[in-house]
Design a protein. Sequence first.
Length: 168
Amino acid sequence: MSSSTPQPVNTPDERDSADIPARRPTRSVEPAVLAVIAVGGVLGAEARYALSAWHPHTADQWPATTWWINVVGSFLLGALMVLLTELTSAHRLVRPFLGVGVLGGFTTFSTAMVDVHGLLLAGRPVPAVAYLLGTALAALAAVTLGAVVMRGFATIGVRLRVRTGQQQ
């Protein structure tokens, strides 16, 4: 064939099997896991709502309540993950209930973005950017601090058990 003759294109059926991405196996979702996430999410969201109603803010004010909710929730999530993955062997539903449900419902990074938008609409771009960056940085610092603090408590507990002669 000459170089000007069009070459046939392989159809999907003719492609090499290495070119086709492997399908991931589908997982069944356990109703119990969904139930504890839902119940935990309601509890966390209700706690967040109560705090927001207790200390509301207008669109042009610094959203301190939302900021503190996200920082405290991140701290608790860091502590919880160390507790559940490194220090205990809790029931399989504890992590989805507390981590995904309660703390996922309590923290509200979507509301933080709405607050950023409100500050921008109120003509306050500097506080909006400070809030955006401050929320992300404070949440990352808080989750790290929560993990460090929980590991510190574990170390103190081990030392106390060793001093009193208890087995680990």
